[in-house]
Every structure is written in structure tokens, then in C-alpha cells.
Design a protein around this ligand. Structure first.
Ligand SMILES: Nc1ncnc2c1ncn2[C@@H]1O[C@H](COP(=O)(O)OP(=O)(O)OP(=O)(O)O)[C@@H](O)[C@H]1O
Ligand SMILES: [Mg+2]
Length: 276
């Protein structure tokens, strides 16, 4: 393992830019590296892992890959030494939840669709307006109901990814994602149903029922402290959402140095700069 970087150097002559990054590692500062597609960012992360382990074999490193496929590829093709923990952000969130919840079942991708159905059944019949907009719309009733459900599910995902709960926060994320064309009345009911769902979502999670969206949402809501790492390395940072950024922040708060690589223009889509 000690020869990891040396082996790497034999395979790849690092570019000046890449070498500069290795030098920067020694400062111990958080780093955000922007470069264009195909320029060697993921390879650079592999080199960073090697370099950090060469500095100190006891460095505790977490590498967060963009998706499961890349994580598996990095592990199985032995491009990353086994001493480094490689996973996706979601699998990191799952690991935190597993520690917190003794009984964790397999993820249920239908959790939110089921809750959305339940929400309109439960809430609508106790109130007067909702049936009017959803069920009593004449021959369009079915269509309106499924459109409302579709909007509701979409909004729940956006709300969890952005930790939006208040009307203003929900309005802001709808604006951000171009999801604006709904009536005032529908907005009112969407938000009511959404809050009911989010409450239920947590209750079910406590019984071990979670879905993909919960993996990043709940560790933050429940303030679960992640384990300590010396370094957290993240690939493709231009595509991360608020929930992922909160995860990185929680790792940095536990003492990790953050190193992210991503495509250029990443700052226009994320607020990662506040980490460094
Ligand atoms: N210093 C280098 N010298 C020669 N080849 C390199 C060097 N760095 C990376 N490469 C090669 O360039 C190719 C692209 O590298 P890599 O996948 O790391 O880029 P990337 O920026 O992560 O790409 P993407 O934007 O698709 O994620 C790979 O085949 C890799 O082996
Ligand atoms: Mg890459």
C-alpha cells in the first residue's frame, strides 16, 4: 500500500494542475476543485486518496461517489485502497440511519406515493374544500386527482431535498424548480397534505420503514452525528442538492477536511463555497 502513489505515478504522469492539488493537500485546508468534463477529476480523487494514505496510513478517509455504479467500479477495480471507505451520499445517510434505528427494513419506494394517497383520503373527507378541487370536478375528477397526487409527490421530494417546510420556503423551492402553475386553493391543500406526509414519514421511519429520500433527509432532521473522518472526498459536486451539502457540513463539523471535485460553473448551482 505504501507504494500506491508511486505505482500511480508510473501509470499516469500527473499534470501540473493535478500535482498542484497534491501540494495543496499538505495545507490541510478544504478544497473545491473545478475542471471540465473528462479532465481527470475522478482519477485525481484516486491520486488524492493514495497521497493522503502515503502521508499517514492511519488517515480515515471517506470517498463519496456520484452513484452506486461508480462507487462499485472504484471498489471492484481496486482503484482505491481498501483502507478508504467508498460509498454514495445516500448510502452514507443509510449508514447513519442504521445506527440510529435498530429495526431498519428494506427501502420502500412506494412509501411516499402510499402516504400521498392516504393524505388526501384522510384530510379531504374531514374538510370541505379539498373534495371540491379534487373529486367533484365532474368528468375531470380522476384526472385532477392524479394530477394533484403527482404534484404532491413531487413537492414532498423537493421539500425533503431542501428541508423546506414553511409556506415561504415551499414557495421558494417551487419557484426554483419552475413548479408554479397551481391555483391558490391547490397550493393551500398541497402544503397541508405535504406537512401531514412529512410527519407520517418520520413516524414510519421510526418503525423502520424508509425510502430513498429519507436517507439524506432524516439524518439531518434528527441531527444524527456522523462518525469522525480525517478527510471527506466528493466527486461530481456540481450536481449535489441541499440535503447532500448538509451531510458534508455535518462531516466537516466533526473535523473532516472537505475535498470536492466537479465540473466548472458548479458555484452557480450549489452553495458549497461556504464549506471552505
Ligand atoms: N494525468 C493524466 N494523464 C493521463 N491520463 C489521465 C490523467 N488523468 C486522468 N487521465 C485519464 O483521463 C480519462 C478521464 O479521467 P476521469 O474519468 O478521471 O475524468 P473526469 O474529469 O472524472 O471525467 P467525467 O467528467 O466524465 O467525470 C481517464 O481515462 C483517465 O485515466
Ligand atoms: Mg469523473
Amino acid at each position: 500500500m505504501n507504494n500506491w502513489v508511486e505505482n500511480y505515478r508510473e501509470i499516469l504522469p500527473w499534470s501540473d494542475y493535478q500535482t498542484q492539488v497534491f501540494d495543496n493537500l499538505k495545507t490541510g485546508k478544504n478544497l473545491l476543485i473545478e475542471s471540465k468534463a473528462g479532465s481527470g477529476k475522478t482519477t485525481l480523487l484516486e491520486g488524492i486518496v493514495a497521497s493522503l494514505l502515503n502521508q499517514n496510513p492511519n488517515h480515515n478517509i471517506l470517498l463519496l461517489a456520484f452513484n452506486k455504479h461508480i462507487a462499485t467500479e472504484l471498489k471492484t477495480r481496486e482503484r482505491i485502497p481498501r483502507e478508504c471507505e467508498v460509498r454514495t451520499s445516500h448510502s452514507m445517510g443509510y449508514k447513519l440511519l442504521r445506527k440510529h434505528l435498530p429495526l431498519l427494513r428494506e427501502t420502500d419506494s412506494l412509501k411516499i406515493p402510499k402516504l400521498a394517497n392516504e393524505a388526501i383520503e384522510k384530510i379531504s373527507f374531514a374538510e370541505s374544500d379539498l373534495p371540491k378541487i379534487i373529486f367533484n370536478a365532474g368528468f375531470e375528477a380522476k384526472q385532477r386527482r392524479s394530477e394533484f397526487l403527482r404534484n404532491l409527490r413531487k413537492l414532498v421530494d423537493m421539500a425533503r431535498n431542501n428541508f423546506a417546510q414553511t409556506d415561504n420556503e415551499l414557495d421558494a423551492i417551487r419557484e426554483k424548480y419552475g413548479f408554479n402553475s397551481i391555483s391558490k386553493l391547490e397550493r393551500y391543500w398541497l402544503y397541508r397534505c405535504l406537512r401531514w406526509i412529512l410527519k407520517k414519514d418520520e413516524q414510519l421511519a421510526k418503525r423502520g420503514e424508509i425510502d430513498y429520500g429519507d436517507m439524506l433527509y432524516l439524518p439531518h432532521i434528527w441531527q444524527i452525528k456522523p462518525p469522525k473522518y480525517h478527510f471527506v472526498l466528493v466527486d461530481e459536486v456540481q450536481d449535489v442538492n441541499t440535503a447532500q451539502i448538509r451531510l458534508y457540513k455535518s462531516l466537516v463539523d466533526r473535523g473532516a477536511t472537505f475535498i470536492g471535485v466537479g465540473d466548472r460553473y458548479l458555484t452557480t448551482t450549489t452553495n458549497l463555497y461556504y464549506l471552505i
